[in-house]
Design a binder for this molecule. Structure first.
Ligand SMILES: [Zn+2]
Length: 306
């Protein structure tokens, strides 16, 4: 991966629907104008910075907004999948997981004519208990996965998550490439800095040198964001009037938390785009594959990468 580039991804899911579902709102699965505005702003941002990106699209979202997948494909954005229902993989069994991914593939093929080669699990939820998920992805023809993120937020995460794009040899002997989001080595502690939380928190003078440092070690420069992080308007979550006071407080907290540092995030991301140039995950993986070649590392059945 050339040191001048950063792989950019957007997990395309409707934040409003997800929050409504989490709070038990009836008819949470309705298209809404907020999400459409956010996606317009994502497209405008990419046009403006002049780079490309990968969209890990949620099947549930494509079902509601098929034209967005079509527009992204027309623009040359890589369309990858985020599964269908946004269930954490370790809450599913193998059969349910396979069905979830296949449903999302079918929707993408139907609406864009292209079968995705990349997958990212909701909340990076492929862990030591779900090594079989990578086998399923390989069987379904996926070339790469980007679900292994070295962050304490993932319970029982895979041990030995690679710091750069790596080909994994699975217990069955099948292989799949892993493209992990960026982490920064801070004297033995790894800061998972690939996503929006950290980009809302830290200023550019921390983030840009951090990416340079990661580049100098030839480690993975791969970022992930969400459409709501591109919204120029305050987040509004449609809550029913019958929510209990406790749930109303929780809903307010969830919304406020996602809003903190929001306006600075895009300024920082724009600067990163000017410094490095954004590219699609698939292209980043191809670069690594052509420069390093296929030096597979083994992933054991117990979820340890050797
Ligand atoms: Zn997600």
């Amino acid at each position: 991966m050339p040191s001048s580039t950063v792989a950019l991804s957007i997990d395309v899911e409707d934040w409003h629907q997800m929050v409504s579902r989490a709070f038990g709102v009836e008819q949470w699965d309705r298209p809404n104008r907020h999400f459409e505005r956010q996606m317009r702003e994502v497209f405008d941002f990419l046009d403006d910075v002049g780079g490309s990106a990968t969209f890990f699209m949620l099947g549930q979202t494509i079902k509601n907004y098929p034209e967005l997948a079509q527009e992204a494909a027309r623009k040359g954005i890589e369309i990858a999948t985020h599964g269908f229902g946004h269930e954490q993989v370790f809450t599913l069994d193998e059969k349910q997981f396979r069905r979830d991914v296949e449903t999302s593939i079918d929707l993408l093929v139907k609406h864009t004519g292209t079968r995705p080669v990349g997958y990212r699990a909701p909340l990076f939820s492929i862990n030591q208990d779900t090594v079989w998920a990578l086998e399923v992805l390989s069987e379904l023809g996926f070339e790469y996965d980007s679900s292994l993120y070295d962050t304490p937020k993932v319970p029982r995460r895979i041990a030995g998550i690679p710091r750069r794009a790596t080909q994994l040899e699975l217990p069955s002997g099948r292989t799949i490439w892993e493209l992990p989001p960026s982490t920064l080595d801070l004297g033995g502690f790894r800061l998972p800095m690939g996503g929006g939380s950290y980009w809302r928190l830290f200023p550019s003078w921390v983030l840009i040198p951090a990416l340079r440092r990661i580049a100098s070690r030839d480690e993975s420069r791969a970022l992930y964001f969400h459409p709501y992080e591109f919204d120029s308007e305050p987040l509004v979550s449609p809550m029913p009037a019958e929510l209990s006071p406790r749930n109303l407080l929780r809903a307010g907290w969830v919304t406020a938390r996602y809003w903190v540092g929001h306006t600075q995030l895009l300024t920082r991301l724009r600067k990163a785009g000017q410094h490095f140039g954004f590219l699609r995950y698939r292209d980043a993986m191809d670069e690594v594959r052509s420069t390093l070649g296929a030096r597979a590392r083994s992933l054991s059945r117990a979820g340890v990468i050797l």
